[in-house]
Design a protein around this ligand. Structure first.
Ligand code: NAP
Ligand code: ZN
Length: 360
């Protein structure tokens, strides 16, 4: 397949790509499609570094098409709109997350659940409707179909809002599914205090729940409680703490990026509790049957969120003033950021200052 040789690909873009599974990011000039009738063009301001980007550049899941331009936590400003686009105008502050296209016709697309369309295409490492490979937000400009673009509320800063586009909606969607958005007073657990986990804590607190962080990092306890507002903290490698936590939680969100057993986490759930799994380790995770059957517990997965949910989540974050705790970096620091992310050394999300607007 010609990656960038289509005649319709007329716009030259400066970006950053990995060319092989060494995962090393280097500057990369490429072409994007013309701004079509349903498209908007966006000057990218900021792009978050999701752990998924690391999985992709390293080819952890065996599905990477190189060169890969990662990035699906994008905020920016609209510079051009296609003739069919009525809901956005030049100058609007917008965000783009994981989704670039879906079939628009199946039951999921028709019911605002296009994230479960079986023809879903992603912002990067996807195949767009024109047959070309999609390139993500580690780049100075993006062309996106307007149906996969949301508004960033005026009160949210563009840098700290960027990770909401993936991390935010990925935890918001299962929370909504588990009735946590409208019904306060539940006991909620968050496993893994990283990019996804720290937003989950902030949201669950804003929605009025008692929040327990389950973490491998004792060093995160003080911050989790004092800065993020967590009520309780369990070190998952401490058997005594895990014992004390048994049967205490209504819902647990598991955001862990590495292989681990779900057994001890399931034990933390009350009878009938739900474990919503969003972390995506490259190898199967252990799911022992006893904690499931002795507690009538359920495990379910969740894949980012729909566009409707993404806008709802942005608006809810605007209302509650929820943003991400970010470490801003310049594009030439992406490789260092990847190294630190791989070592679990980030509080709590790296965001690339693509447009060079912040003092760094
Ligand atoms: P992240 O910032 O690296 O956070 C992951 C957290 O997992 C770490 O902060 C750490 O928290 C914990 N962890 C790391 N290694 C661990 C280990 N060996 N055992 C137990 N815990 C460990 O990553 P992220 O960006 O939040 O993404 C998390 C995962 O979600 C990734 O696999 C990503 O691909 C996936 N994801 C899925 C979706 C979806 O749609 N379902 C969307 C986005 C991302 P502690 O230090 O607190 O233990
Ligand atoms: Zn992501």
């Amino acid at each position: 397949m010609a990656l960038e040789s289509r005649p319709s690909h007329t716009q030259t873009v400066a970006g950053w790509a990995a060319h092989d599974s060494s995962g090393k990011i280097v500057p990369f000039i490429f072409k994007r499609r013309e701004t079509g009738v349903n498209d908007v063009s966006i000057k990218v301001m900021y792009c978050g570094i999701c752990h998924t980007d690391l999985h992709f550049v390293n080819n952890d899941w065996g599905i990477t098409m190189y060169p890969v331009v990662p990035g699906h936590e994008i905020t920016g400003v609209i510079t051009k709109v296609g003739s069919n686009v009525k809901n956005f105008k030049v100058g609007d502050r917008v965000g783009v997350g994981c989704l670039a296209a879906s079939c628009l016709e199946c039951e999921f697309c028709k019911n605002s659940q296009e994230n479960y369309c079986d023809q879903i295409q992603f912002t990067y490492n996807g195949i767009f409707w024109d047959g070309t490979v999609t390139y993500g937000g580690y780049s100075d400009m993006l062309v996106a179909d307007h149906r996969y673009v949301v508004r960033v509320p005026d009160n949210l800063p563009m840098d700290a809002a960027a990770p909401l586009l993936c991390a935010g909606v990925t935890v918001f969607s299962p929370m909504k599914d588990c009735q946590l958005v409208e019904s306060p007073g539940k006991k909620v657990g968050v496993v893994g205090l990283g990019g996804l986990g720290h937003v989950a804590v902030k949201m669950a607190k804003a929605f009025g729940h008692h929040v327990t962080v389950i973490s491998t990092s004792p060093s995160k306890e003080t911050e989790a409680k004092q800065r993020l507002g967590a009520d309780s903290f369990i070190v998952s490698t401490d058997d005594e703490q895990m014992q004390r936590g048994k049967r205490t939680l209504d819902v647990v969100l598991d955001t862990v990026s590495a292989q681990h057993s779900l057994g001890p986490i399931l034990e933390l759930l009350k009878v009938n509790g739900t474990l919503a799994l969003v972390g995506a380790p490259d190898r199967p995770i252990e799911l022992p049957s006893f904690p499931l059957i002795f507690g009538k517990r359920s495990v379910k997965g969740s894949m980012t969120g729909s566009m409707k949910e993404t806008q709802e989540m942005m608006d809810v974050c605007g209302k509650h003033n929820i943003t991400c705790d970010v470490e801003l970096i310049k594009p030439d620091q992406i490789n260092q950021a990847f190294d630190r992310l791989a070592r679990n050394d980030v509080r709590y999300r790296f965001v690339i200052d693509i447009a060079g607007n912040s003092k760094l």
